[in-house]
Design a protein around this ligand. Sequence first.
Ligand code: GLA
Length: 385
Amino acid sequence: MINGKSVAVCAAFALGALSCGKTESTPAHKPMVSNVTKQSFGQTTDAQAIDLYILKNANGVEASIMNYGATLVSLKAPDKAGAVADVVLGFDSLDGYLKPEPYFGAIVGRYGNRIAKGRFTLDGVTYKLAVNNGENHLHGGIKGFDKVLWTARAIDSPTKPGVELKYLSKDGEEGYPGNLNVTVTYTLSPANELQIDYLATTDKDTVLNLTNHTYFNLSGGAAPDILGHELMINAERFTPVDAGLIPAGELRPVEGTPFDFRQPVAIGARIGASDEQLKRGKGYDHNFIVKRTGPGLELVARAVDPASGRVLEVLSTQPAVQFYSGNFLDGTLAGKGGRIIGHRSGFCLETQHYPDSPNHPAFPTVVLKPGETYSQSTVFRLAAR
Ligand code: GLA
């Protein structure tokens, strides 16, 4: 108890420079207890200081987020025997994130996923975006939100530590209209929930689809791939894609297909099946439509690593989720601890709107107008059994 308290007090001092306002208003005899610390994570090539914000709870769960790309760098969680391991892919140092890499842990925007031919029409104006994925636009363009510096502020709280990250995307950035003010907040709860809240406003009509691109491997690196993880996705339909992974507009029932994850099934059980959609995605790289019971946070998916007993539940306010089975990971990158990041060594559950929505009026709208506030939340809830 005494030890626990003194550790927490130290954490508050470590944060001193960040939370001067709060520290000043706290009586000297009763120091603010904090579970968020800040440490340097190096510098970008243009000498911008990058910081890591480390959120901790009393159960040994720890999330580290950096201000470059508002990226979740590590997420440590106990297994059924209490052994803590990092369950997300990435790198030990900033260096890895500054080289080409597939969006490990990053916030993706303005538009997560693809926009066909990098083009859409809004209010009669056709906007031309960067084409960076075959003939299509992917994940916000050449310099998306994953590659920019966010302004970060620690949220000092003994029970719900967090970090708030802000970014102003200027009118015309990567071809998108409107000055867009984005705030992304990560908070860690005592119930092992890492919640990501997204807010945005604009001064001109624009389109927006924010997500987080974390790759999970709940074995903490013990298993070389995620094919043995059992996955449930709360979806009755998905959006089939063409060869460029653009949906044609159809909402196809998952029933009777390898896309039926309504009951838990190993990711690898059907991934090699002879199926046109799996062939196009080189595995799973598809958008599943969440079966909703109402507005608000809905259970989207549950993944279980049977060996470690770690469980991940994803809840979200978003209408859909891109389930990506790490098909483009090819062993050319070395990640944490120098370990090779092998084929399908991580999976993503990117909660979001449907791909290419700006070109599909029948899909739920992704248009944000001045005076409106974009608001979405996603929770990564960790457990072990
Ligand atoms: C998303 C896409 C994939 C791939 C990865 C990044 O999940 O849907 O096709 O581009 O991001 O490699």
